[in-house]
Design a protein. Structure first.
Length: 384
């Protein structure tokens, strides 16, 4: 097992009826910015619940955060928050609202240069406004981690930053807030969480049986509970199990002591930046092709995945590995998620600028740093 440090300071409040419990965790002296998306929280009653549970009314409300939160929108939030003297952000929504809250929290006190530099240049930030969340869409894990992904459509960029100062102080996870999710978003969350486990599990063995079995437990839970939540949107336990699994997939504990990959995400983010494909759907396209491209280096874990997660019994190891990947693809297809670029009208030719970008950056992705632009091109050929 590899060395690691683990520290997750987010207080997770989980369960039925908790959406209106923010007052228990929020200092009434705080000047709160209430941040949300483009209207779902007003349609499903979550806004009322959250507002009713605040110790004092928010000093400022800022709605309109879009999926794949946009830098320009966030900067309007930063300006308004600076003017209002905000010292706490409460984000109510999915990964996009929470990620926007994290970037706004970092950008408010950042005066050294354009806050975009935090994303593009890894500019050092010395402070951030504290934030809390009420999660309404399980999938990204943003509610219990220190990552944020922001898009800048004008430049076809989608970039991430990770900083402990933007880790939520508390996150409220009330599964009932997810009853109103459209099927597309429920499914996106399941596929995104699945991919987060794969990025931390599908590398090479380091003799870490506990982490492996925890990863497999999250995968098996998503495989069982995801379709159940789709079939019965108001099944509390199905919703709760998906919500817990998605948080567990990316709150940091699965990566303790094991190598990480994250190349599917690096490539998927580019597909979203260039073609606007939903985050989870970009991953469902890249992941199977990437696992096949990397099947030699990932052989031992791919075989374990096939046998333990999908119950593959084929004796020949190569056959078993392929059956495992195919079972994963079938799982995505059964959820209504496509695994080819053509489903999004993206031809191989259209991916050339992405390959060019990786080539210019001399990218070497993956747990062995062996995925270069030529091999990324091969992955696009395979999933075209
Ligand atoms: O705009 P609103 O009204 O909020 O509606 C949203 C949006 O249209 C809607 N929605 C959310 N909760 C709902 C609901 N509709 C009905 N009922 C509810 N309870 O769903 C739509 C999608 O929301 P969004 O927040 O964009 O989805 P998701 O949670 O999948 O977040 C995606 C973003 O997170 C980033 C992605 O790249 C993408 O930008 N990620 C963040 C990560 C992190 N911070 O750790 C890791 C991930 O890998 C990912 O990259
Ligand atoms: Zn993801």
């Amino acid at each position: 097992m590899n060395n690691f440090t683990y520290h997750n300071p987010t207080r997770v409040v989980f369960g039925k009826g908790t959406a209106g419990h923010a007052r228990k965790y929020l200092d009434p002296q705080k000047r709160v910015l209430l941040l949300y998306g483009r209207g779902s929280v007003k349609n499903n009653g979550v806004y009322e619940q959250v507002l009713g549970g605040l110790p004092t009314p928010p000093v400022l409300e800022f709605g309109g955060i879009e999926p794949n939160p946009e830098y320009e929108t966030c900067m309007r939030g930063v300006e308004a928050a600076r003017e209002a003297g905000i010292d706490f952000i409460l984000a109510v929504g999915g990964g996009s609202v929470i990620d926007a809250a994290k970037f706004i929290a970092a950008a408010i006190p950042y005066r050294e240069s354009d806050p975009w530099d935090i994303l593009e240049k890894g500019a050092a930030m010395s402070a951030a406004i504290p934030l809390g969340t009420v999660l309404t869409l399980p999938g990204t894990g943003s509610e219990a981690n220190a990552a944020s992904v922001i898009s800048r459509r004008a430049r076809q960029q989608k970039l991430a930053f990770i900083h402990p100062r933007v880790q939520p102080v508390f996150s409220i996870l009330d599964p009932e807030t997810t009853y109103s999710l459209p099927v597309r978003q429920t499914v996106n969350g399941v596929v995104d969480a699945f991919s987060h486990v794969i990025e931390q599990y599908m590398t090479y063995p380091v003799d870490s049986p506990l982490q492996d079995r925890q990863a497999e437990a999250v995968l098996l839970t998503l495989i069982e509970e995801g379709p159940r939540a789709v079939a019965q949107p108001r099944d509390y336990n199905a919703r709760a199990n998906v919500m817990l699994a998605a948080m567990w997939a990316l709150n940091g504990h699965l990566s303790c002591g094991v190598p990480g990959d994250w190349s599917t995400h690096m490539i998927g983010h580019e597909l979203t930046a260039f073609f606007g494909i939903d985050h989870a759907r970009s991953l469902a396209v890249v992941m199977p092709a990437l696992l096949r491209e990397q099947s030699a280096a990932k052989h031992a874990k791919l075989l374990q995945f096939a046998r333990r997660v999908w119950g593959v019994t084929a004796e020949d190891e190569g056959t078993a590995v392929e059956e495992g990947i195919t079972a994963m693809e079938t799982f995505f297809h059964d959820l209504g998620v496509e695994t080819k670029l053509s489903a999004y009208d993206v031809t191989l030719e259209k991916t050339a600028p992405i390959v060019g970008r990786f080539r210019t950056a001399a990218a070497r992705l993956g747990e062995h740093g062996d995925l270069d632009a030529d091999r990324i091109e091969a992955i696009f050929r395979a999933c075209a």
